[in-house]
Design a protein around this ligand. Structure first.
Ligand SMILES: [Zn+2]
Ligand SMILES: [Zn+2]
Length: 681
């Protein structure tokens, strides 16, 4: 790793102070800590990881009673590849500091095949404990905040009959100060009940759902899932009022009710909270809600304006989610907002100073020693006393170790290791590491245009896979056109073992393949064009996630390129940078904690089609079987026109065969080579 000098920390006293930070933890590393550390640094990683992850009678190569010939990935989350290099410099610590997660969607195991995001939830638990400790030593506040969407996107959360049954207890291991609900906790009633009955209660007054109610089956009433708001005092005396506001989500199941923001602000409790006689030093407005006020989905500005009517100068710190992007927005000279990405790829950092006895009861350190300090006013012409910093951290151990001033050998703490082991065991129980095949290359959703059959996941991988595997055997020789929405695919596929877990990651929704037999080709071949011209389908089944929701796939939405379209200037410190986030926000392009080169990004249409069993001579068939996902049935019928009705629609393979059922068999068929010795990178 080649890093520049640490600005502001050159003096020896601070240098030794930094070194001290590595050893401040009284916890005895103990023997298993040593084993763990060794496992992470040596060539023994795969072997030792297996030892740690498994045990019992099952081996790492699949349970002994497995029917299928499967094996577990050798390198489970403790042994995933390390990031190539670390952050560009230390964080700026203010009087109050925030770490923000959002849209984790079950990715608690980290990204097993991506170096930039290899840390797991255990590594993160350790990081938060170390950072809290650092904050305490420096005499400042550090708050941990999450803004929802805990399911749909990873096997760890989705491979159980009710989403989150095994992932939520892992997520729960973090000592958050504030949490709130996402739309993905509200599609499926059982999940909403789980949040209401179990997790909201466990998190107590830290779980804030200012505009979301769930049916209490005992009382028969819809009740707030968590608290409507929280008034609390930080360790160093800041008196905080917090609201947790979900965007105006409408496709929830009937287990919940979402108050629109415009109605929420008229609620008596909200008005009381604004006019309370209790002093308020800072508002925290957080929620599963896009951070930037220019985003038409966001309702933060509406709530912000209501707060400002009563509190014209009090700082309002905003933490957003749902948009799956890195973003930072300035609301006014005393209010800034951050969005901290998705899928455990990003950890958001915000810090601020400016509190004194005239505007707060803050009793901590004004300028914590041995660290940089926030130096930037929200606006160039700000007259408010508040200065800020913001940073988007890559989710890997190099990041965590660097910012906790630690070392690979000494970093881990028992609480974190326990969580890491719990993830390993859960993955083992759910058989998430079972390998179906060895993917020979990467395919991406938007880094290459649809025409690029070598790289684009839709045309390069999904089309051949669907052609081969989505087949009604009695009609296999009939020409067919398969129509699908690009939003059904939710993540790039990376070279290496294609596992049971990857199937959830790439294709998390269960859309059943339907068809109409013998549609004239001239008519059927027009449908894709009409679909892409027409309104995007709205999923009607509340029990299933909406793949066209901007949250499920930001690369297809209006939010898409904000964080990727700008090219960066010359990169100075790193001689070689790897592709990754290159964010542009209201403050410019210096927010990414680790420097990266830009990943190209192309517009992808809402729908695409695949053709199979067409005549060898290249001629057009007379008729085709027109195959499509169940949720776009109405649109397809509409585009086919008069004479096409629901009665003509049948299940294509069978009535259970869905978008989750073709990639695993395709991987077994097409990628059997090297399956048992498949390199991760
Ligand atoms: Zn999300
Ligand atoms: Zn969302």
């Amino acid at each position: 790793m080649k890093l520049g000098p640490i600005r502001g920390l050159e003096n020896k006293r601070c240098a030794s102070r930094r070194a001290d930070d590595e050893t401040v933890f009284p916890e005895d590393p103990g023997q298993d800590d040593m084993v763990h550390s060794l496992a992470l640094v040596g060539g023994l990683a795969a072997l030792l990881t297996g030892v740690l992850a498994c045990g019992d009678s099952d081996s790492c190569y699949g349970p002994t009673n497995a029917v299928e010939h499967v094996r577990q990935v050798k390198r489970m989350q403790p042994g995933v590849p390390h990031a190539a290099y670390g952050p560009k410099g230390p964080l700026e610590w203010g009087q109050v500091n925030f770490l923000h997660t959002t849209d984790t969607h079950g990715w608690l195991e980290g990204h097993l095949k991506e170096k930039n995001y290899g840390a797991d939830w255990g590594d993160f638990v350790t990081f938060t404990r170390r950072m809290k400790r650092t904050a305490a030593k420096r005499g400042v506040d550090l708050l941990l905040i999450d803004t929802g969407d805990l399911h749909d996107g990873n096997g760890l959360s989705d491979a159980t009959p009710i989403d989150g049954t095994m992932s939520m207890p892992i997520f729960d291991e973090l000592e958050y100060d504030l949490l709130t609900i996402g739309n993905h906790e509200l599609y499926v009633s059982e999940v909403s009940y789980q949040m209401f009955n179990e997790y909201a209660r466990r998190w107590g007054d830290r779980y804030i759902t200012s505009n979301v109610k769930v049916l209490n089956k005992t009382s028969g009433q819809h009740e707030y899932v968590g608290k409507t708001h929280r008034y609390f005092t930080t360790r160093h005396g800041l008196r905080v009022m917090a609201f947790g506001v979900l965007f105006d989500f409408v496709r929830n199941s009937n287990a919940s009710i979402i108050l629109k923001a415009q109605d929420m602000i008229k609620e008596p409790w909200f008005l009381d909270a604004l006019t309370t006689k209790d002093p308020i030093d800072m508002f925290i407005l957080f929620g599963h809600n896009p951070a930037h006020p220019s985003n038409p989905v966001s309702t933060f500005k509406l709530v912000f304006d209501e707060i400002r009517k009563v509190h014209p100068k009090t700082p309002i710190q905003i933490f957003g989610g749902h948009s799956h992007v890195r973003d930072f927005a300035v609301y006014d000279e005393s209010s800034v907002a951050i969005a901290s990405g998705r899928y455990c790829e990003t950890l958001g950092w915000v810090s601020m100073t400016g509190f004194d006895e005239s505007n707060s009861a803050f009793d901590g350190s004004e300028k914590p020693r041995c660290s940089l300090h926030p130096s930037r006013p929200a606006l160039d012409n700000s007259t408010s006393p508040f200065l800020y910093s913001r940073r988007y951290l890559d989710w890997n151990r190099k990041t965590f170790i660097y910012h906790s001033n630690s070392h690979e050998l000494h970093y881990d703490r028992r609480a974190g290791k326990k969580v890491t082991d719990k993830i390993s065991k859960t993955r083992h129980v759910l058989k998430l590491g079972d390998v179906a095949g060895c993917a020979p290359q990467d395919w991406c959703m938007s880094c290459a245009p649809m025409e690029d059959l070598n790289k684009n996941i839709y045309t390069g991988l999904m089309s051949p896979a669907m052609s081969a595997m989505v087949v009604n055997k009695t009609r296999a020789d009939k020409p067919r056109i398969i129509l699908a929405n690009t939003g059904a695919i939710r993540f790039d596929l990376h070279k290496g073992p294609f596992t049971y877990d990857d199937n959830f990651i790439v294709s998390p929704f269960r859309d059943v393949f339907l068809y109409i037999p013998d549609v004239p080709f001239k008519l059927a071949s027009q449908v894709i064009r009409k679909l892409n011209l027409g309104p995007v389908a709205k999923r009607e089944l509340a029990s299933m996630a909406n793949p066209l929701d901007s949250c499920t796939d930001p690369s297809l939405g209006y939010l898409s390129r904000r964080d990727m379209r700008e090219t960066r200037g010359v990169v100075r410190r790193q001689e070689i940078v790897v592709p990754g986030y290159t964010t542009t926000d209201d403050w410019g392009t210096d927010g990414d904690d680790t420097e990266h080169s830009e990943i190209p990004s192309y517009e992808i249409p809402p729908y695409w089609e695949t053709r199979a069993s067409f005549p060898d001579d290249g001629s057009d068939p007379e008729t085709v079987d027109l195959v499509f996902f169940d949720f776009i049935e109405k649109l397809v019928l509409n585009d086919l026109g008069a004479g096409y009705t629901h009665e003509m629609v049948q299940c294509y393979v069978d009535c259970n065969f869905s978008s989750q059922d073709f990639m695993l068999p395709y991987a077994r068929l097409a990628w059997s080579e090297n399956k048992d010795n498949c390199p991760v990178m």
